[in-house]
Ligand binder design. Structure first.
Ligand SMILES: NC(=O)c1ccc[n+]([C@@H]2O[C@H](COP(=O)([O-])OP(=O)(O)OC[C@H]3O[C@@H](n4cnc5c(N)ncnc54)[C@H](OP(=O)(O)O)[C@@H]3O)[C@@H](O)[C@H]2O)c1
Length: 215
């Protein structure tokens, strides 16, 4: 499958690398078609890996991942453009973290709105599915790095797209326990969870942790 990964940070690299290992063709998108991190990833990954602008990656992919910073997500999608985004599934992994006041970061959108909803409102045809934003990049594609099976949440307005993303989470990435929280407005919950996540990270001094929902 052809997949567009918007973002060249550690999340973009983790997701894109796993997808290429699974045999997919992946184009990593950035503000610049020759972004240094993207170029390093292409050189290290080889066959199946390519880079381009956000627009190139969005046009290339039949399935898209948003791995851009919280403040960069709407600008990145704007530069990708409505035509390239089309009516595709966009797996949104971004968190609206604002580090301008130092650590711990604030959330730039909170309570009555979320970044996931802002993206969905800006691109009503795109099928936004919010997931994976509650764990470290390395765990996103390899939850088995933790000794216990833990839980991954997802939400989105389109049931069929959520079903496909659930298959991807389970079949491609190895998440056996997933919880569908409901519509994209539920992204408020998983984004606000970051307030706890950053404090757990501070307490544990290690990002390799996750919650397990016991029910
Ligand atoms: N790091 C983690 O383990 C982790 C875990 C869960 C969720 N997340 C979330 O996943 C997302 C990616 O995180 P990350 O750590 O990989 O990297 P990041 O530093 O948060 O984001 C890097 C990406 O954001 C793009 N970007 C930054 N400012 C932009 C702007 N003004 N306009 C357009 N694009 C802009 C960069 O574009 P260029 O390629 O052009 O430089 C780059 O591709 C974030 O939203 C983060 O909160 C991260």
């Amino acid at each position: 499958m052809k997949i567009g990964v918007l973002g060249s940070g550690m999340v973009g690299v983790a997701i894109a690398t796993k997808l290429v290992k699974l045999g997919h063709e992946v184009k990593m998108g950035s503000r610049s078609a020759t972004n240094e991190d993207g170029a390093k990833w292409v050189a290290a990954t080889g066959k199946g890996a390519s880079q381009g602008t956000f627009k190139d990656a969005a046009a290339f992919g039949e399935l898209l991942f948003n791995c851009t910073s919280g403040s960069g997500s709407l600008p990145a999608l704007e530069s990708a453009g409505k035509d390239a985004l089309g009516g595709k599934i966009l797996v949104d992994i971004a968190n609206p973290l604002d580090f301008s006041g130092g650590m711990p970061p604030r959330l730039s959108v909170v309570n009555d709105d979320s970044l996931g909803e802002q993206i969905q409102r800006a691109y009503p045809n795109v099928k936004v599915v919010k997931t994976l934003n509650t764990v470290n990049a390395n765990l996103m594609v390899e939850p088995g790095l933790l000794k216990d099976a833990t839980t991954m949440f997802l939400c989105g307005d389109d049931a069929a797209s959520k079903g496909k993303v659930q298959e991807i989470l389970k079949g491609w990435f190895g998440w056996q326990d997933t919880v569908d929280l409901g519509p994209i407005a539920m992204a408020r919950g998983t984004e606000m969870y970051l307030a706890l996540w950053v404090r757990l990270y501070g307490a544990l001094q290690n990002p390799m942790f996750n919650v397990k929902l016991v029910r």
